[in-house]
Design a protein around this ligand. Structure first.
Ligand SMILES: [Zn+2]
Length: 95
């Protein structure tokens, strides 16, 4: 797991990543997750990401997941990035 903490966006309290709550118990603020990005970069390359299925779990290293064995999926898709052009015509663009 590359999540190193969950910081409350209101009061700044930091919680351990292995006990994820929905909101801060002190003030009800939303969490901002903190990651060890250097560790992620050493483990996952851009090519790795390109070769993965376009699902929600494509960026699993940036989710508070302790083991890939804990992934539960109902086939939720990956949200594509769309480029809008004049005339409201959306063009799909892969990155
Ligand atoms: Zn808080």
């Amino acid at each position: 797991m590359f999540t190193i903490g969950a910081e409350c966006s209101r009061c700044g309290e930091v919680y351990p990543p292995d006990n994820i709550l929905t909101v801060c118990p002190k003030c009800g603020g939303a969490f901002l997750f903190q990651y060890d990005l250097a560790k992620v970069a050493g483990k996952v390359s851009k090519r790795d990401l390109e070769n993965r299925e376009d699902t929600f779990w494509k960026f699993r290293e940036l989710l508070p997941l302790s083991s890939p064995n804990n992934i539960v999926s109902l086939g939720e898709p990956y949200t594509p990035i769309l480029q809008f052009q004049r005339g409201n015509k959306a063009v799909s663009k892969s990155f």
